[in-house]
Design a protein around this ligand. Structure first.
Ligand code: GDP
Ligand code: IMO
Ligand code: MG
Length: 427
């Protein structure tokens, strides 16, 4: 385990959510990308909502990598990303408006396109599911895009530039209309994608080659995870998961890069837990502290504007994510949000029928049955948003972080105390 501070990170690093998403990955990447030659997004689609707040403004990024604000950082979108070009185009508009250049972007030519029918199918499927079977997807067509890729019928980025694109599109739309009873307008979609393809053409390339070159010449590479490990299609709380691999497996799927070459795997979590959409959450808080965390933490989804359910920090989950992804460091965000709580609970174990149990991967039902075992710690009153050194934190805040380290056995190397770039403590 590396003891080096993240302020001077070097080599190949990855940021992985160790929760159900929205832990502050966008802001961490924006902070760390200062040293990155490459920032590479490897999974998910426009279900992602990464917030970045810096001198250029406040941005909600869905497809665009969060390293884009650093001119000298080459940003890559890998082949296993569900590529929603409508979203990317809107994000480009927002960057244009803020006069932020994105010349430093390469989109992999092999990535699967999220097309209008994927979003329609996502919506219909959710509507048809009965109450407790609804997943609460973001409606961004991510499930159907990955389903089509697995079925080997997805359109790829490179198809947009092939001579027979029109033919491929028409044929696919015919199939979609027939198979799913849709009424897609072939001409309208063709014109829309012709326009989009012209806009993105100069950004398309082979991200694998760029990454290999960078690796050979010892450049700093930062992998940007999306979602969180417990939304993983295989290891998460199935079926209440997404359709990709937010853990380190996802890096391999996009970039053919073995996890053993990662120098630093940073697991990121808020200082409490949140979940949006359906699915179990053992440490969910129902009382007035729920309101406190929602208001102070502004817990509304970046992509869908839905309220996020808050819970106490669940170290059982973080330990499971740490083991599976070989975490070398933890990043704890939103510590400032906890200021003002008299006491803070921390989940250190689960019990089932009075017996101690561990996390069981991919068992959503199991998580509905377990009872969290809590430790209670003192809170702190002080506003900590201006603190930049660990030693200046209130004693209770320091104890809280130390306890997380002790129980997980992973060093906390990054703490954030506000949403803006630089509102951080490098430990
Ligand atoms: P991501 O999906 O992991 O990138 O996280 P989101 O952007 O969806 O959600 C994190 C939210 O918390 C955003 O609104 C951020 O601006 C905000 N945020 C990030 N770090 C901090 C922090 O340290 N303090 C506070 N108060 N807000 C933060
Ligand atoms: P970031 O990258 C939080 C959740 C949805 C739903 C489930 C499946 O911003 O952390 P999907 O649309 O993927 O089929 O929805 O996964 N979900 C997220 N929750 N943050 C995200 O991304 C999420 N991406 C998907 O709410 O429960
Ligand atoms: Mg988010």
């Amino acid at each position: 385990m590396s003891k080096a501070s993240l302020i001077e990170w070097r080599g190949i690093a990855a940021v992985i959510g160790v929760d159900w998403g929205d832990s502050g990955k966008g802001r961490l990447i924006d902070d760390l990308a200062k040293r990155a030659h490459i920032v590479a997004r490897f999974s998910g689609g426009s279900n992602t909502g990464h917030t970045v707040e810096n001198k250029h403004g406040k941005f909600a990024l869905h497809i665009m990598p969060s390293g884009i604000f650093h001119k000298n950082t080459h940003c890559l979108i890998g082949r296993n990303v569900a590529l929603d070009l409508e979203s990317l185009s809107e994000e480009m508009d927002a960057l244009d408006k803020a006069k932020v250049s994105y010349d430093n972007l390469t989109i992999d030519e092999q990535a699967t396109l999220t097309m209008p029918w994927h979003k329609v199918r996502d919506g219909i499927r959710e509507k048809l599911r009965s109450g407790n079977k609804k997943i609460g997807t973001t409606g961004k067509g991510v499930g159907p895009t990955y389903a089509d890729r697995t079925e080997r019928v997805g359109l790829l980025v490179k198809d947009l530039f092939s001579k027979d694109f029109r033919k491929k599109l028409t044929e696919e739309i015919k199939i979609q209309n027939k198979f799913f009873g849709l009424k897609l307008n072939d001409e309208k979609i063709y014109r829309q994608y012709l326009k989009i393809s012209k806009r993105i053409k100069s950004f398309v390339g082979s991200t694998l080659e760029i990454l290999r070159e960078a690796q050979k010449s010892g450049k700093n590479i930062l992998f940007e995870g999306a979602q969180g490990y417990f939304l993983d299609i295989d290891a998460g709380t199935y079926p209440f998961v997404t359709s990709s691999n937010p853990g380190i497996v996802g890096i391999m799927r996009s970039f053919d890069l073995h996890p053993s070459v990662l120098n630093e795997v940073i697991g990121i979590t808020k200082s409490y837990t949140t979940r949006v959409g359906a699915g179990p959450m053992p440490t969910k808080i129902d009382a007035e502290i729920r309101e406190f965390l929602i208001i102070r933490g502004k817990e509304k989804g970046t992509t869908t504007n839905r309220l996020r359910d808050p819970g106490w920090l669940d170290l059982v989950l973080i330990k499971a994510a740490a083991e599976a992804n070989r975490l070398t460091a933890l990043a704890v965000t939103k510590l400032d949000v906890l200021s003002g709580l008299v006491s803070i609970k921390i989940c250190v174990g689960y019990k089932l029928d009075g017996k101690k149990v561990d996390y069981l991967p991919h068992d959503a039902e199991f998580l509905t049955q377990v009872e969290p075992v809590y430790e209670e710690m003192s809170g702190w009153e002080e506003d900590i948003s201006a603190i930049r050194n660990f030693k200046d934190l209130p004693t209770s805040a320091k104890k809280y972080i130390k306890r997380i380290e002790k129980i997980t056995n992973i060093p906390v190397k990054f703490i954030s105390v506000g949403p803006e770039r630089g509102q951080v403590i490098y430990v």
